[in-house]
Design a protein around this ligand. Structure first.
Ligand SMILES: Cc1cc2nc3c(=O)[nH]c(=O)nc-3n(C[C@H](O)[C@H](O)[C@H](O)COP(=O)(O)O)c2cc1C
Length: 329
């Protein structure tokens, strides 16, 4: 359809001199044409209005202005999003690089442990042969497991040599003389554990400190004189101060490492657990009382009892007949 509206309402406006001159895009736009707008001059009905619905002040058609605004808005939003994304990406990269770095102050996990000194050969003033242990009797194993408890109060009653023999055999006794294997398992058959015995009230034994010698199932008497005072000096727990016997389950980390060439000593702690459990069950079988204690300072114990400082006491187990008023925990 032919456009019958005038394209020029204001004669004062310059028009192109010839058809080859570039035409105003506004003037040539169909909207502008429809609204009668000319670039820089709104149609008469829009005069004085900022936005009239057809064009904005200056005569620029509204549709074109809206599209321009939309394009500018989209370009701006896209730029803002790109900047935001680049910054976030940089932050993530920095954080992941920091996480991949080992913490400067963290100790090296693979630091090798220091070598421990081996304990010295020990000599004894006297050795006392223990009675042969009972290796077939006792209460049924399942009953011993079912009734085992830690008991911390002991009767003022002596322990017999055969009761002592039984406990030491269960802990570290040799059960296969051909191979030398013992009642409790040992890492690579290293047998790095020693049981020292604090004797206060055992029939037929002088009070004092002894070492259990598995190869001969005997006790070697050590030199410390007053064990009761020594145990007080070592600040051990109450139960271990009043029981007729206290077993000290000890290890030499140095001996263990020399025998196994291992760089760690963890297995010695586990061996203490095996030994202690055997002794718990043997105690139950005898109807007596014990508890395993780890709450003490080994250095204080070895110093007070004049034990080779290369030894580390891991457990103390007081042992005796059950006190009538014994509490169970
Ligand atoms: C590694 C270890 C350390 C322990 N240390 C102590 C201790 O220092 N003093 C103590 O009275 N009991 C000690 N116990 C005994 C626990 O208190 C006891 O096993 C626990 O109360 C559970 O009771 P039960 O043995 O009668 O089943 C220790 C037990 C373990 C396994």
């Amino acid at each position: 359809m032919e456009n019958t509206l005038p394209t020029q309402t204001n004669p004062s406006v310059d028009t192109p001199k010839d058809s080859s001159s570039p035409q105003s895009p506004v003037a040539s736009s169909p909207v502008a044409a429809a609204s009668g707008a000319v670039a820089g001059k709104p149609p008469a009905e829009c005069e004085g209005k900022i936005i009239c619905g057809k064009c904005i002040k200056g005569g620029i058609p509204l549709k074109r202005e809206f599209l321009s605004f939309l394009v500018i808005f989209l370009v701006g939003a896209l730029t803002a999003l790109t900047v935001f994304y680049v910054q976030a990406k940089r932050e993530v990269l920095t954080l992941s690089r920091a996480a991949a770095q080992p913490a400067a102050a963290a100790p090296a996990a693979s630091a090798s442990p220091s070598a421990y000194p081996a304990s010295k050969e020990r000599t004894y003033a006297t050795t006392i042969q223990l009675p042969a242990p009972n290796t077939t009797g006792g209460i049924p194993l399942n009953r011993a497991i079912a009734t085992r408890r830690s008991r911390r109060a002991y009767a003022d009653q002596p322990v017999s040599l055969s009761e002592l023999s039984q406990l030491l055999w269960a802990g570290q006794g040799i059960t296969d003389p051909e191979t030398g294997k013992r009642a409790a398992p040992s890492a690579r058959e290293s047998y790095p554990m020693t049981i020292f015995v604090v004797v206060r009230n055992v029939t037929g034994l002088e009070p004092g400190l002894y070492e259990y010698l598995p190869k001969t199932h005997s006790l070697g008497k050590m030199s410390v004189s007053n064990v009761s005072t020594a145990m007080k000096d070592a600040a051990v727990q109450e139960g271990a101060l009043q029981s007729p016997v206290a077993f000290l389950i000890s290890t030499s980390f140095g001996n263990y490492q020399a025998k196994t060439k291992s760089t760690t000593v963890t297995a010695t702690y586990m061996e203490a657990g095996h030994i202690s459990q055997n002794m718990y069950l043997e105690t139950e079988s005898l109807g007596m009382s014990t508890v395993t204690m780890a709450g003490f300072d080994s250095n204080k114990v070895t110093t007070a009892l004049q034990i080779d400082p290369a030894e580390t006491v891991l457990y103390i187990m007081p042992f005796g007949h059950t006190a009538p008023e014994a509490e169970e925990e």
